[in-house]
Design a protein around this ligand. Structure first.
Ligand code: SF4
Length: 464
């Protein structure tokens, strides 16, 4: 492991408050998802259907992109294409400037984080107001999201209460979660009405109508996209679905996997700007379609990752994420899906630790609503980092020694016996508290003492 990753994980593991915050939220999320799945007898068939819908779109991406663009333009939208994160930010900033925007509201979008839109807006001197409650917390704290569904998961409610008391203009009493939400609502309400531009992401892009679907539980996407004169959508090209019927299948999978609910409180299909006779809506409706490595994923054996609905279930069930939280991953996307995406977005040499930190226990693939084989994709990155000679020399040497010994059964048996004997020297009461050359294993927990007989001796014993 690199020193930077080790430092981040050690800091996270030593943070008791962080552990409490992670346990609270992911524990609730796992329980709610399990109940929702148990309540839906057709869940497994729906997963297969969801996987097939996404695979079909990915296999015909050019066709559906063209269809979506045609129908979006017909509904009055303006469609822009961005190959990279920089292009996506440049287009968005240009649109904000041509609208004369001084203040923009933003509904939560992981793509916005991925392309660095918050920084681009700040650099352009445009005030950014995050309107999702958790993103509001993250913005007040000057922090980064640590979960793709609950960006402020790393904050306890006690920490949020203190921050609202300090930062809100009119906090009022903050003695309950409802009161804290009320305080944030008062703070944000005036910003919604004053914004010149509203920026949202997209959960789905519906090809046969050109509609953009957003789902929230707070209604903030609707308040972000309706009052301002200009609505800008930034969306990854993998968000396409052929029709509303297909979007509905994926919506049911997404929401149950993310929060355990049947549907989010608000599911909105945005179709172009305000038309004559409409009570409200933006005068201009722009859609920025972003590649930023997605077509490269097709070429580099990562097409299955384009199925991702950003539901967060793999994070909630990941034993590594639940120990270290999101910031330790160092990229935009944490958890198993982040360990697959970050090497593609930020380069393998700088991020090779992420696939290598995985235990490959397979829980993430078990819960993924679109059956993404995450462990297989993580193993692919490990293979590649090995082929490119990226792992540290000590590890390469260690594996080389192991390979030499493992290919010679007599030598392997001898080495195992010697290893067991030397481990027994350090065991006390069935546990090893410290061992030379293996301090990394015993620094944070005790290591079980060795069994009386090796695995192969036990197997041989059974055969008799
Ligand atoms: S990889 Fe699967 S489980 Fe993880 S966020 Fe994406 S869709 Fe959800």
């Amino acid at each position: 492991m690199t020193a930077a990753f080790t430092a981040r994980t050690e800091q996270a593991i030593g943070d008791r408050t962080l552990k409490l915050a992670i346990d609270r939220t992911t524990g609730t999320a796992r329980a709610k998802r399990a109940a929702a799945v148990a309540d839906w007898p057709g869940f497994e068939q729906a997963r297969e259907l969801g996987r097939d819908i996404k695979d079909h779109v990915i296999a015909h991406l050019g066709h559906y992109l063209a269809e979506f663009e045609r129908n979006a333009i017909a509904s009055g939208a303006k469609v822009h294409w961005a190959r990279t994160a920089e292009e996506a930010c440049d287009i968005t900033i240009r649109l904000c400037r041509s609208a004369g925007a001084r203040s923009v509201t933003r509904a939560k979008s992981m793509l916005g984080e991925e392309i660095g839109l918050p920084h681009a807006l700040a650099a352009a001197g445009i005030e950014r107001v995050e309107t999702d409650l958790a993103e509001h917390v993250v913005q007040l704290a000057g922090d980064r999201p640590s979960h793709i569904v609950w960006p402020a998961l790393h904050k306890t409610r006690e920490q949020v209460r203190e921050m609202f008391a300090r930062e809100h203009a009119d906090p009022g009493p903050l003695d309950s979660v409802e009161a804290m939400v009320g305080s944030a609502r008062r703070q944000l309400r005036m910003k919604f009405m004053a914004a010149d531009v509203g920026i949202s992401g997209a959960n789905f892009l519906v090809a046969d109508s050109g509609a953009v679907c957003t789902v929230t539980n707070e209604g903030n996407a609707e308040l972000t996209t309706t009052p301002p004169r200009v609505h800008i959508v930034t969306a990854g090209i993998e968000k396409l679905v052929p029709s509303m019927a297909h979007a509905t299948v994926l919506l049911r999978l997404l929401v149950r996997s993310a929060t355990g609910a049947e549907l989010t409180q608000y599911t909105t299909f945005h179709c172009g700007p305000k038309r004559p006779g409409d009570a409200d809506g933006p005068d201009e409706f722009h859609i920025v379609l972003v590649d930023n490595g997605r077509t490269r994923m097709l070429r580099e054996g990562l097409a299955e990752m384009l199925r991702c609905l950003r539901c967060g279930a793999c994070l909630n069930h990941c034993v590594v994420y639940r120990q270290i939280g999101g910031h330790a991953y160092g990229g935009t996307y944490p958890g198993p899906m982040g360990a697959v995406l970050t090497p593609l977005l930020d380069g393998l040499p700088a991020t090779q630790d992420l696939p290598r930190a995985c235990t490959l226990n397979g829980q993430c693939a078990e819960v993924c609503p679109v059956k993404i084989p995450l462990p297989k994709l993580l193993r692919g990155w490990r293979d590649r980092s090995w082929r490119e000679g990226l792992p540290p020399r000590t590890e390469v040497f260690g594996i080389g020694v192991w390979r030499f010994v493992a290919a010679r059964p007599a030598l392997y048996r001898l080495a195992t016996r010697l290893a067991l004997r030397s481990m027994r020297l350090f065991a006390r009461g069935g546990w090893i508290r410290s061992m030379p050359f293996a301090r990394g294993w015993t620094a944070h927990r005790d290591f079980p003492g060795p069994a009386r007989r090796s695995f192969m001796e036990q197997i041989r014993g059974r055969g008799r």
